[in-house]
Ligand binder design. Sequence first.
Ligand code: NDP
Length: 277
Amino acid sequence: MKKKFMVVGSPVKHSLSPAIHQAFANEFDLEIQYTKHDPGVDGFVAAIHAFHEQGGMGASVTLPFKQQAAELAVHRTAAVEQAGAANTLWWNKNDELCADNTDGLGLVWDLQQRLSVPLQNARILLLGAGGAAAGVLPNLLAENPAKIYIANRSADNAKKLVAKQTAEHQARMEVVAFDHEYNEPLDLVIHATALGYQGKFPGLSMSIMGRLTFCYDLSYGYAAQAFLGWAADNRALYRADGIGMLVAQAALQFERWLGVRPNVRKTLFKIGPILGS
Ligand code: NDP
């Protein structure tokens, strides 16, 4: 019988996760059934219980349920505790719900392994302080950047996010306004707000930008175009959207559920044409 997994979110219609996980399964000749489920904004908990009763083994969790997923789990990894959000659920041998957050490791893999972006001693600007920013921040800090600036619409949310980090890490962070002026260009700017879905990005000071500033948008496709288009117009040579992170974080989920680590580059190569179609 096929092992059952799902991605649960609202909306979830455009999720690439089924195609990504199917490509992983093909790599190992594994038979899986991976479906999309939108239970409406109030239906997350019931949907998780029902899925398990139907034999579901694990779930990817996306907007707006990552926080609820963390709260619902009986066992949480350190990444979930730090982020207060989970993107990966599964049940252990005792049928207890377990949660992990693979977003941060997925982003760091994409930046360092695929895109060769050095993080050590880098000066980084993180735009946003929502679930995704909370998930990736501890992993970025673990790579020993020189400084991480955080800018968010609600400065209070940015301050709360900083306060969750260790004292040693807090010393390397600063909450700033979107249009903060910098003395020299930054090494890396990561766009992690939800504004891209409206075809927008936060208004930034031009002082962030040098020709070598790497501009990365966590979203992909249409939602990444406003920020990456602005970066291109301002002569940033290095730009990427979040598709590499999406596949890398999914590979970690797949390994968690099935014990084998898929080849991220191979699947990225296959997913590219789906995105472009
Ligand atoms: P959340 O809803 O948790 O956070 C939204 C963020 O966007 C907050 O910082 C919020 O600021 C900000 N925001 C929302 N509306 C506005 C606005 N009108 N003006 C300015 N800021 C605004 O979303 P996530 O953090 O989960 O997701 C953020 C992005 O990251 C999405 O595009 C998502 O697709 C992408 N993502 C990509 C992944 C990948 O694998 N590539 C994985 C996870 C996320 P405030 O605090 O003030 O409300």
